[in-house]
Design a protein around this ligand. Structure first.
Ligand code: TYC
Length: 116
């Protein structure tokens, strides 16, 4: 099991009825659990300008103009699309940043996260 260390020691039962020595193996976790990942999604609506969505993808998701345009068109045509995959706190921050930015500009754009 990667990330776990095996430790072997003599058992306490050297005086057992068989007279044979035994060993005890303990497994000690070495704190390397992988974090859960979350998809950040944009939802389509009828009012947010396409250019604004492209700008959001460039500004908050580090997409270049071409990638941002493809994602925006995917959302426009299919209703929902993935902007990126992040750990919980990063995903939460992205969602808040997008929702605040859209509200500031009075666009109804919705951004959500879902566990992968
Ligand atoms: N459907 C919008 C329009 O026609 C564009 C749009 C794309 C809106 C993606 C939101 O997440 C979105 N202006």
């Amino acid at each position: 099991m990667p990330g776990d260390a095996l430790r072997m020691s003599r058992g306490d039962d050297e005086g057992n009825s068989t007279g044979r020595g035994t060993a005890v193996i303990t497994r000690t976790r070495t704190k390397t659990k992988k974090p859960s990942l979350y998809r950040v999604l944009l939802l389509n609506d009828d009012y947010t300008p396409m250019e604004f969505v492209v700008h959001v993808l460039e500004r908050f998701f580090q997409k270049d103009r071409e990638a941002a345009t493809m994602i925006m068109l995917h959302v426009h045509n299919h209703g929902v699309g993935e902007c990126g995959i992040y750990t919980f706190e990063v995903a939460e921050t992205k969602v808040s940043q997008v929702m605040d930015f859209a509200r500031q500009h009075q666009h109804p754009l919705q951004c959500v996260m879902e566990k992968k």
